[in-house]
Write a protein that binds this ligand. Structure first.
Ligand SMILES: Nc1nc2c(ncn2[C@@H]2O[C@H](COP(=O)(O)OP(=O)(O)OP(=O)(O)O)[C@@H](O)[C@H]2O)c(=O)[nH]1
Length: 254
């Protein structure tokens, strides 16, 4: 079991950012880096299946010096490396903390996956789950461990609400009730006051963590599921509770 010593000065706050494909995980990380890089010593680890595309995006956006952005190529479905066997990611985070000690915050971006992927608390101390309005106003009501159990739920791209017929206030209210009152942030990179609210949350989380007052919480195991391989074969994952069933979600890795 990995412990979380707040007194270890080479140990940063490890903050995960997860959520479905394209909701804006990289953009959230870019915004945090731009706003907070003069205040905190930062590093970023990205996860992609076969590429280092997210790392390249963040490097080309110049949000941090390039050597502080590293990619883990998981070679498997993204949740595996952030939840089932976090070894590759833990090594990447620890290497980064050692190489740039002392770091204040290491941001870990998960590969874009489905609604059920969350980080293991053995890898991150706190996690943000990112949805966007373009995915539909009812997504927040569907629940799932990331939506209900992440430390912060971001509803991103609220500038697009009117174009996709989503009532943002309603979506935030649905999400808040799915989270039993846990924090929900309506975000758009085009609305600076919302980016500032995101940064205020990160600052507060770092403060609580550094004072030893934050206990990492597991949002819950993901639902067991099958993957269609596109060749007529499937494989399934039975997760920690030891049984599996199909939920009808498939994706291929090509
Ligand atoms: N209109 C609008 N577009 C946004 C916003 N944030 C991100 N986007 C766009 O949404 C798209 C996806 O953003 P990313 O940050 O790459 O999303 P991601 O979740 O990291 O994507 P994957 O890593 O592929 O899962 C990009 O075209 C962004 O420019 C926003 O606040 N408003």
């Amino acid at each position: 079991m990995h412990d979380h010593p707040s007194h270890n000065e080479t140990r940063a706050l490890r903050l995960g950012v997860a959520g479905p494909v394209g909701t804006g995980k990289s953009s959230v990380i870019a915004a945090i880096c731009r706003q907070l890089r003069d205040e905190f010593a930062l590093g970023v680890i990205t996860n992609d299946i076969y590429t280092d595309e997210d790392a390249r995006f963040l490097k080309s956006a110049g949000v941090l010096p390039a050597e502080r952005i590293r990619a883990v190529e998981t070679g498997s479905c993204p949740h595996t490396a952030i939840r089932d066997d976090v070894t590759m990611n833990l090594i990447a985070v620890e290497d980064m903390e050692r190489d740039f000690a002392p770091l204040d915050i290491v941001l870990v971006e998960s590969g874009g996956d489905n609604l059920t992927a969350t980080f293991s608390p053995a890898l991150v101390d706190a996690q943000i789950f990112v949805l966007d309005v373009a995915g539909g106003g009812d997504v927040a009501r569907k629940g799932g461990p990331g939506i209900s159990g992440a430390d912060l739920l971001v509803i991103n791209k609220i500038d697009l609400g009117e174009h996709v017929d989503v009532d943002v206030d309603r979506m935030v209210a649905d999400a808040t009730s799915a989270r039993k009152g846990g924090p929900v942030l309506a975000l758009s990179r085009k609305r600076p006051e919302t980016v500032e609210q995101l940064c205020a949350w990160v600052r507060e989380m770092h403060k609580t963590y550094a004072a030893g007052g934050h206990i990492p919480v597991d949002p819950g195991p993901m639902a067991p599921h099958h993957h269609g391989e596109g060749d007529g074969h499937t494989h399934s994952h039975g997760h920690s509770h030891g049984h599996s069933h199909s939920h009808g979600y498939t994706h291929s890795h090509d």
